[in-house]
Design a protein around this ligand. Sequence first.
Ligand code: PLP
Length: 389
Amino acid sequence: MGSDRTWFLANGSTAGVVAGILATCGPGGWHYFARTVHRSVISGLVLSGARPIFVQPEFDPASGLVGGLTAAAVARALEQALNQANADVDRRIPIKAVLLVSPSYEGVCGETAAIAHLCHRHNLPLLVDEAHGPHFGFHPALPPRALSLGADLAIQSTHKVLSALTQAAMVHLRGDRLDPDRLSQALAMVQSTSPNYLLLASLDMARWQMANQGAALMAQTLDLVKDVRARLRRIPGLGVLELPPGRPGFVALDPTRLTVEVSGLGLTGFEADEILNRDHGVVAELPALRTLTFIFSLGNRAVDGDRLVQAFRALAADRGAAAVESGSFGMIGAIAPQPPITASSGPSPHPPRGLLWPPTNRGRGFGDRPAQRRNHLSLSPRHPGAIAR
Ligand SMILES: Cc1ncc(COP(=O)(O)O)c(C=O)c1O
């Protein structure tokens, strides 16, 4: 919907993100990124040889939610790079594209429209990793899709939220800032020449389903999650996260993502996840320090919502939530607030490719001692590889 051309992918959004980077950026090219990118972005950088300029996303200390990039932060970073280019031609940074993640895992959408406008003023394509937003735009209560906000390329994991089989995803292209032939070539490099037709057929079915029944299905899902949200809010000791009002970088929240704060029960999200899983068979999509995030999709029914609410009621009762509320629960102070992200922004001094596979005079011959090779691996503290480097 809204794209000039769409590719079906049999290797997830991972393939779409890597191909998007390969199609826009080669060695010596630069991309702008939020720091909170998925590991596929780092793979794209390694494979293309491009270098990142990281821009810090917004953070809301009260909720612990990471937001998107602000247009102001991207504008500052672009200005810095352009000033540097004017001052010293040899240090010119050939910026090729801007890539951002929106929505986040928790459903927070950043300033995509303003950033698209900014990119286009500099004639740069905007690539949006919209892996968690394939349902966007199918109901007025859902955030608009990235393409409708001006993105040139949007990559969506149809399998994550809609009904396609696992691994099945889509890339949507709009406008002429990105060369479709180059994208096709890049996709051919990172995907099998024998794509699984079950996956491709499931994408076609998911597309058909959303085109014909999307609004009605999403209305059902939205009603369900609204009801669950209201019931969870009434359980003492629990919080249900909402969009921090008026904060730059927090433009919208996908209402089908439910993030429950459990620190009021004196538990970390990881501990609560373990108990819910072990005692109630409830599996959260994303446990974090203070919260658990759940995804409601078109496959969920009222019985799933009831089970979730009952499990949380039992958890709160076990933890003595009334005592927590009155402040007499000892552990509550033991959970520190989530620290802000403090990593620096700006041009990365080393291309990720050089870090992963550093040049070495010694080759990889027999007898090389590992200590002489300084290979770096990416460390991904969050499932399934969102990286804050
Ligand atoms: C933000 C983001 N981008 C890309 C991906 C990769 O998606 P896929 O699993 O479809 O390859 C993920 C996976 O969870 C993700 O969270």
